[in-house]
Design a protein around this ligand. Sequence first.
Ligand SMILES: O=P(O)(O)OC[C@H]1O[C@H](OP(=O)(O)O)[C@H](O)[C@@H]1O
Length: 361
Amino acid sequence: MADAEPSVVPAVESTADDIAAMRIRGAATIADAAAAALATQADQSEAENAPAFRRQLRAAARTLYETRPTAVSLPNALRYVLRGMDGDTVADLRSTTIASAESFQRNLAQAQDKLGDVGANRLRDGDTVMTHCHSTDALACVEAALESGKHLEAIVKETRPRKQGHITARQLRQWGVPVTLIVDNAARRYLDDADHVLVGADSIAADGSVINKIGTSGLAVNARERGVPVMVAAQTIKLHPDTLTGHSVEIEMRDETEILTDVERGAITGNDHDRAEERREDERPPETITAEDGETDVRSPETDAAFETGTELAVENPAFDVTPPRYVDAIVTEHGQFPPESIVTLMRELFGEMIDEPWEA
Ligand SMILES: O=P(O)(O)OC[C@H]1O[C@H](OP(=O)(O)O)[C@H](O)[C@@H]1O
């Protein structure tokens, strides 16, 4: 019989729920919360011996890992913390794991400050930046520029469906930056007023592709056409090590309810109660169909399809897209700025070729 999954402390479960529901969101913030949750697991573990402690920490990491698939900062955080777990006793394992989580969180904050200084050097006094979504790495560049005395203005894309642009607008206004909020579809029109497009990243692939909030790639293509440079602010925990060995980055598909309420769905389909899973079983075609001549047919994909016609509505809600490196001018990290095509050298230096998944061990 397989061993039961080790229990994880409630704080880990609630952090995982918050990440999945995007109450905790943003790649760096997710990484920070995941490291904190592992520290809490270590602190509150009641494991009786070292192997049991290790199993619990791995289970906690798996619980966090399975929340959202795209931002690589999450597995990179889990790897970092679990690599620091060291010792032969529960006491040693506890203290080293907590120290490792704290060290990760410190590095995260320092990296953001450093990349902010690098990014700020690209911004001139009087520039206008166009932003997409809400990125703490991107905002760190603006903050550093403001602190060095530069005056900036911002055109902030709303960023449907979750409107994280509103968070960006609020933060920029608190810093005294004049903000023009626009709907996503107005971006091309306002690019003529922008000196930079400034975005963050959830993952960066070895070829320099940038995986960021849905809408980034269209913005970058339009910016290239208008001659506006695109700057991606991404500390190195956003570099996706699996892409060094040919893996691609999974794009998260989120629930359609972020786009459509049930009432809106009903208005489109003409059906007030149109959720497929809620359709009453007696509305479905029978398993067998008796034709007028008495012949009996088994229900087929064709008859199912006919039933669906006119009632089903497909809604797709990808959370991220991929911007090819040719549309990106610079990736700004805590190690300096890189043309996207050369980011692979930094990835090799930081990660090597082989990547483990310590939560599976
Ligand atoms: O790490 P920082 O720069 O804060 O955020 C990076 C990215 O994380 C966000 O994803 P989501 O809102 O969690 O889906 C956005 O796509 C943002 O650009």
